[in-house]
Design a protein around this ligand. Structure first.
Ligand code: SF4
Ligand code: MG
Length: 281
């Protein structure tokens, strides 16, 4: 049985106090809690401070390109459905350059977990506004304040067809671990957007700010499979919500497509030799 130590690899180099430390610890705890083994897990990351997570997580890992963690992770899962695949990145990575992949991953419903460390800023490049920066937020690229409306990850994911949508906060390890555990256990595409403060470049959305503004949906009773109700509650929340917001039981992508090719199952095709594959084309 694997321990927390088995899921640790290399000392993390984030700034002291960065929210990403707790996200890493929480993912490790969730994997141990579920009885997973490091060789049964693959962590795929994008580019940004958060992208370092695949180097610090003691499992198979793939540090992919900027915004490309999702296509990489989906490919890995389709190649080996036995693996627990976790894609991870930041708000800039996932909702900026990676936005197209995000929307299609939601509707495709490949059985992976997508963890977004959302600090409302580009940390690695030293503090520019990101897709989730709030309107009016002043950064070095927006000295007069952000003019656009922010991306709303939860509403977007539900609209695009994600079958599990949740939000957590780095300052609440227990709730975050429960959410990550449920997300990994969920069959299908799970989004867990995590408020993970950048203590160096975002002096507005701090741990204190989130604590003051969080509305805990886990304390609310409603039908989690009712998308319209979940949407309405998120839209009307007076603050930023945490908890499992929406969950739907629907076949994962591999369950839909296996056996759907004219030449046998996808799994069988993946096992064909180069010569056998060439003969089919
Ligand atoms: Fe974390 Fe911000 Fe430091 Fe990056 S710059 S490691 S996001 S605190
Ligand atoms: Mg960011």
């Amino acid at each position: 049985m694997a321990t927390l130590a088995d899921f640790r690899y290399e000392k993390a180099t984030w700034c002291p106090g960065c929210g990403d430390f707790t996200v890493l610890a929480s993912l490790q705890q969730a994997c141990v809690k579920m009885g997973l083994e490091p060789e049964g897990v693959c962590c795929v990351s994008g580019i940004g401070c958060s992208g370092k997570i695949s180097q610090h997580f003691g499992s198979y890992g793939f540090h992919s390109l900027h915004g490309r963690s999702l296509p990489t992770a989906q490919g890995i899962k389709m190649g080996n459905q036995e693996l627990t695949v976790i894609a991870a990145g930041g708000d800039g990575d996932g909702y900026g350059i990676g936005m197209g992949h995000f929307i299609h991953a939601c509707r495709r419903n490949v059985d992976i977990t997508y963890v977004v460390m959302d600090n409302h800023i580009y940390g690695l490049t030293t503090g520019q506004s990101s897709p989730t920066s709030k309107k009016g937020f002043k950064t070095k690229t927006t000295p007069a304040g952000v003019a656009e409306e922010p991306v709303k990850p939860l509403e977007l994911a539900m609209t695009a067809g994600a079958s599990f949508v949740a939000q957590a906060f780095s300052g609440d390890l227990k709730q975050m671990t429960n959410i990550l555990t449920a997300a990994i256990q969920h069959k299908g595409f799970s989004l867990v957007n995590i408020f993970s403060p950048c203590v160096t470049f975002n002096r507005v959305n701090t741990y204190e700010w989130f604590k003051e503004h969080i509305v805990n949906f886990d304390e609310m009773e409603y039908d989690r499979s009712d998308k319209y109700e979940a949407m309405r509650r998120v839209h009307e929340a007076e603050g930023v919500c945490t908890g499992i917001i929406y969950q739907e039981d629907r076949p994962a992508f591999h369950e839909v497509v296996l056996g759907a090719t004219p030449h046998g199952t996808v799994k069988e095709n993946l096992e064909l030799s180069h010569e056998q594959m060439s003969a089919l084309l």
